[in-house]
Ligand binder design. Structure first.
Ligand code: ASP
Length: 211
């Protein structure tokens, strides 16, 4: 059984409604996600959850958060088969792109995802985005940084956000999807990055220096 680390960084997926609008709510998210029966199904990899502090709307993220996320992945790289990063959609494509250059020698899946509607609201797209990301991260088929959103697995550094209200919020105009999730998950092997030829030795984090 493969093991996946979920890294919750903030964004709509883990937000609840407050009088100031939607805000990240770690406590609510933690208690709710541990109670989600879908995440205990036999075909879901074993998972652990960590959070970055503070949880942020992704429009407030900077290279400081990129370094934090990268460090969590690098420090726990040997303990997991894959990583799912829960992230706000506004800057998800930038973080995915940065991660693809920061994690040198990466040979395991790092799947960024989030949602347009908070996970525990009616009609949330977060459930499929989270569950399918976990399955992809545990599949052993992907060896790079990707965004999974709205049924598409896209190469992280070829992706852009193009819709603020559609459930398919991301596109990759210059590169085909690495997988599409319909009734089953169809991987596009020809488009995917091949495994490193050298056997696994770990990942080296190249931190981004702040100006
Ligand atoms: N403003 C939110 C964020 O980027 C939007 C979202 O998650 O969809 O954190």
């Amino acid at each position: 059984m493969s093991r996946v680390l979920i890294i919750h960084t903030g964004g709509t997926i883990g937000m609840t409604r407050t009088e100031r609008g939607y805000e990240p709510n770690g406590e609510f998210f933690r208690s709710a996600i541990y109670g989600l029966s879908d995440l205990k199904a036999a075909d879901i990899p074993q998972w652990d959850l960590v959070e970055t502090e503070p949880l942020l709307d992704s429009s407030r993220m900077s290279v400081h958060e990129w370094n934090k996320i990268g460090k969590i992945i690098a420090d726990s790289y040997g303990d997991y088969d894959g990583f799912v990063v829960l992230h706000g959609t506004d800057t998800m494509a930038y973080t995915a792109s940065a991660m693809s250059f920061m994690l040198c020698g990466l040979d395991k899946p790092v799947i960024l995802t989030g949602s347009q509607i908070p996970l525990f609201e009616t009609r949330s797209d977060g459930r499929d985005n989270l569950i399918t990301s976990l399955m992809i991260a545990g599949s052993g088929r992907v060896h790079e940084v990707c965004i999974y959103f709205g049924g598409l697995l896209l190469r992280g550094n070829r992706t852009m956000k193009y819709s603020a209200d559609g459930m398919q919020a991301f596109t990759s105009p210059n590169y085909p999807p690495l997988a599409t999730a319909g009734i089953s998950i169809q991987y596009n092997e020809a488009a995917m990055r091949e495994r490193e030829e050298e056997p696994f030795r770990g990942v080296q984090l190249r931190e981004v220096q702040r100006e």
